[in-house]
Design a protein around this ligand. Structure first.
Ligand code: CO
Length: 499
């Protein structure tokens, strides 16, 4: 090993990385299959298969010689791309190497059981059932953060796994500003009738499906390198370049779910489709973080998909598919799809109150991991915080602390949803600067120009920069809530002006 030149060491790492990426591709297609078409009795052996492949990738990447290769390669003269690949390689090597295998396996085992118990507890709306398992998960995570190490506080180590090099302190500053302003804006719309009832009706599944495909085609989703299928929990996944898949769900009594689910996943898919093919198999050829990924899904779902201009373009088509809208004015449809109303459930929340749900979870997770909050107090803390943010308390556990699946396995993930919302609006302002008013392009159906801007500035960059670095490069600053607040306040003014 020691006789290798830095260049040779880099080449070796590149080969291993690329080879393992193909194994990850196999896991991706298995994962897609598992959430779409696998027969019921296939689950048991499928999870064994996943475990075998996952373990193989982990073992290959934690061998001592990987660390040696990284050390040698670091001494070479590196270009920007090589430097960045080495940064991510080293990071993932160190993170995987530090965690003892027993802890890893225990975490997977506890999560598997905790997930089953969580489902039952949610059905019965009984937090007491889930509490001992949440306790186990928190114990494991606390152990993990001590092993991984952190910048200021234990919770940082979990955050770092999803959003490299951001700290809880920075997020909490951003969230504090967002929280106060959100509550102020919420006051403004308290009395507003968004006419949501107008869009209640019955919408045939097959028609919804063809309408969603129609939208995807018009916006520019490339079906020669992607497809759409049905699932209970929509997702997007890249198998490898040239094969990016999305899913959505259809409720015959709620047409919004399939349309906005599709636009959301399309946004994720665009990011994956726009990654540079020649970098496949290396970190630079991959999406950089959840907070950036979610900015892309929210961008297409909300900033574009819930705009008046988008529906000025497509409302006649919606009417063509569904008679229901014949007598509903476009402005009223626009109002209805943008209803702002505090509610119990995060996944059903609107653009404004969604972030309050995230802030609540972030504050609780942070306190749990940092040891400031005990499991015995977490339910009361949830309900009290909820009341202080929303003005009312959850009526039971299933619409309160038990509503999300996340805590059956991990923490540190939630903040990336709100970072995504904020980043999306921050990109919007930069696009408007570069291209003029984006909504003029939307009105004309010129999505290509928008896509190309995103591709050039975000998608193609992959993981060349760390998430906050990317924001700085593109918009001139790190995540700043003022862009989202300006965007949403303008929108609220517009909504309030419609009778
Ligand atoms: Co998403």
């Amino acid at each position: 090993m020691n006789n290798l030149t830095p260049k040779q060491a880099y080449e070796k790492l590149y080969k291993i990385s690329k080879r393992l990426a193909y194994f990850s591709s196999v896991l991706s297609i298995l994962g897609w299959d598992e959430r779409t078409y696998i027969p019921k009795s296939g689950y048991k052996y499928r999870s064994e298969l996943n475990a075998v492949l996952g373990e193989y990738i982990h073992d290959e990447w934690t061998k001592d010689y990987i660390g040696e290769l990284i050390e040698i390669a670091k001494n070479g003269e590196l270009n920007e791309i090589e430097r960045s690949n080495l940064y991510w390689w080293e990071r993932s090597y160190i993170r995987s190497k530090k965690i003892p295998k027993e802890l890893l396996i225990n975490h997977i085992k506890v999560s598997t059981v905790a997930y089953q118990v969580w489902k039952e507890a949610r059905e019965k709306s009984d937090f007491e059932l889930f509490k001992p398992y949440l306790n186990e998960i928190v114990k494991i995570l606390r152990e993990k953060v001590q092993i991984l190490g952190y910048k200021n506080e234990p919770y940082d180590a979990l955050l770092d796994g999803y959003e490299a090099e951001i700290t809880a302190e920075e997020i909490s500053k951003v969230f504090e500003e967002l929280k106060g302003e959100t509550i102020r804006l919420l006051e403004k719309v308290k009395e507003k009738d968004f006419k949501r009832r107008l869009i209640n009706g019955h919408f045939e599944k097959e028609k919804q499906k063809s309408f969603c495909i129609y939208l995807l085609e018009k916006i520019g989703f490339d079906f020669s390198m992607g497809r759409i299928d049905e699932t209970t929990h929509p997702f997007a996944t890249r198998i490898h370049p040239g094969d990016i898949r999305i899913t959505t769900r259809f409720y015959e009594d709620n047409i919004l779910s399939s349309i906005f689910g599709t636009l959301h996943e399309m946004g994720h898919a665009f990011y994956e489709m726009g990654l540079k093919e020649e970098y496949f198999g290396t970190p630079v050829g991959e999406a950089v973080s959840l907070g950036i990924h979610e900015s892309q899904s929210r961008f297409w779902e909300n900033i574009i998909g819930r705009s008046l201009e988008f529906w000025e373009l497509f409302y006649k088509d919606l009417r063509r598919y569904f008679m229901h809208f014949e007598n509903i004015k476009l402005e009223h449809f626009y109002l209805a799809i943008n209803e702002i109303k505090p509610s119990y459930i995060r996944v059903e929340a609107d653009e404004l109150t969604y972030n309050l749900h995230i802030i609540l979870r972030f504050e609780l997770e942070r306190d749990l991991i940092n040891g400031k909050l005990s499991i015995d107090d977490v339910k009361d803390a949830w309900n009290e915080k909820f009341e202080s943010l929303f003005g009312f308390r959850p009526r039971n556990d299933s619409e309160g602390i038990l509503q999300d699946v996340h805590w059956s396995s991990d923490m540190g993930y939630f903040p990336t949803y709100t970072l995504g919302n904020l980043n999306a609006a921050q990109f919007l302002y930069k696009i408007n600067k570069d291209l003029g008013n984006i909504y003029e392009l939307v009105k004309e159906g010129n999505f290509k120009t928008i896509y190309n801007w995103l591709k050039e500035n975000i998608y193609e960059k992959g993981s060349l920069y760390k998430p906050q670095e990317l924001l700085e490069k593109v918009t001139g600053e790190r995540t700043n809530p003022k862009y989202f607040l300006k965007y949403i306040e303008d929108k609220i003014e517009k909504l309030l002006s419609i009778d």
